[in-house]
Design a protein around this ligand. Structure first.
Ligand code: GLN
Length: 304
């Protein structure tokens, strides 16, 4: 498959589309980004790298980070976390509180905000220095120690994080947050504020393409069963209340973030990351979805 040619064609097609969607502004620091920024990077299993646009520019990965925090929790704990967080799509926005009350403080899945807060709570109980350890974990999978937090974004999230604080408090009332709420929120805001480029994201997501093996070290970080489950959760829960639409149009497991990034994988074939900050009303990158839809359409291959 000539991925570079496919990406070039896609770039040409999307460049002529009228700009659609808005940059996330509920976290003021995110609104500073160029709305028309665009990049994509694909890594295949034979070590090939293919890129278009600003694939080396770092952006706020936001909720894509929830995949890495889940990976770390699973690699440390195995199954016990599933008593505290479900594996069902929410069908609701990423920051919705409605189900939490009905479902006794057990979030639907670990890729929505409430679920990621529970995972952060879990990690605080497992790690000596959670922020530093989490960053080292991502750097290890990525094989890149330049990956870091953007502290201005983390501070901006904290200042405007009333909904996340409300969710953490509600879950604490149900007994599903065990540590100090401020500590849990602080870790959560930092993990969302990780900055990576499309190249770094695609390279990191190779872990899921290779069924839980870090390709550049050979370490089997997740068991095959854990990797299968993680990919299943991305497929069913990676796009909030648009997970069905993403499966329907793209057909790959993936995860989006309100920074405009989407990372996705074709198990055993490739990983891909796209970045375009204009979001559709559901909070997913408008062009990002389009690019990935074109990718699976033009290559004629998805997981289905
Ligand atoms: N940090 C963001 C929040 O908590 C993450 C949301 C997202 O990317 N969907 O609201």
């Amino acid at each position: 498959m000539n991925y570079q040619q496919v990406l070039d064609e896609i770039w040409q097609e999307v460049a002529s589309l009228p700009p659609e969607g808005e940059v996330a502004s509920y976290i003021p620091e995110l609104a500073k980004v160029n709305p028309n920024a665009f990049g994509a990077h694909l890594c295949d299993v034979s070590g090939g790298h293919y890129a278009i646009g600003e694939s080396e520019k770092k952006f706020s990965i936001q909720s894509i980070s929830k995949v890495f925090s889940l990976t770390l929790a699973i690699s440390l704990a195995g199954d016990p976390i599933w008593k505290r967080v479900g594996v069902e799509p929410s069908g609701d926005p990423f920051n919705s509180m409605i189900q939490l009350e009905f479902e006794q403080g057990i979030p639907r899945n670990p890729l929505i905000n409430a679920g990621a807060l529970v995972i952060c709570d879990y990690l605080i109980g497992q790690l000596k220095d959670p922020k530093a350890d989490y960053l080292r974990f991502i750097q290890k999978i990525a094989g890149d120690d330049t990956i870091s937090y953007n502290y201005s974004v983390a501070a901006s999230e904290k200042q405007w994080g009333h909904r996340n604080a409300a969710m953490a408090n509600l879950m604490k009332a149900f007994g599903n947050i065990h540590h100090d709420i401020e500590k849990v929120l602080d870790l959560y805001f930092h993990i969302c504020a990780i900055e990576m480029s499309c190249r770094q994201l695609a390279k990191t997501f190779l872990l899921y393409t290779f069924h839980g093996k870090v390709p550049h070290t050979g370490e089997q970080l997740l068991t095959l069963s854990q990797a299968k489950r993680l990919n299943a959760i991305m497929q069913t829960c990676g796009f909030y209340d648009e997970a069905g639409e993403f499966s329907f149009r793209v057909g790959l497991p993936g995860k989006s973030g309100v920074g405009g990034g989407i990372a996705a994988i074709h198990p055993g074939e490739y990983s891909v990351a796209v970045w375009s900050p204009r979001l559709n009303p559901k909070g997913n990158s408008f062009l990002g979805m389009k690019v990935l839809e074109l990718l699976t359409t033009k290559t004629g291959r998805s997981i289905f």
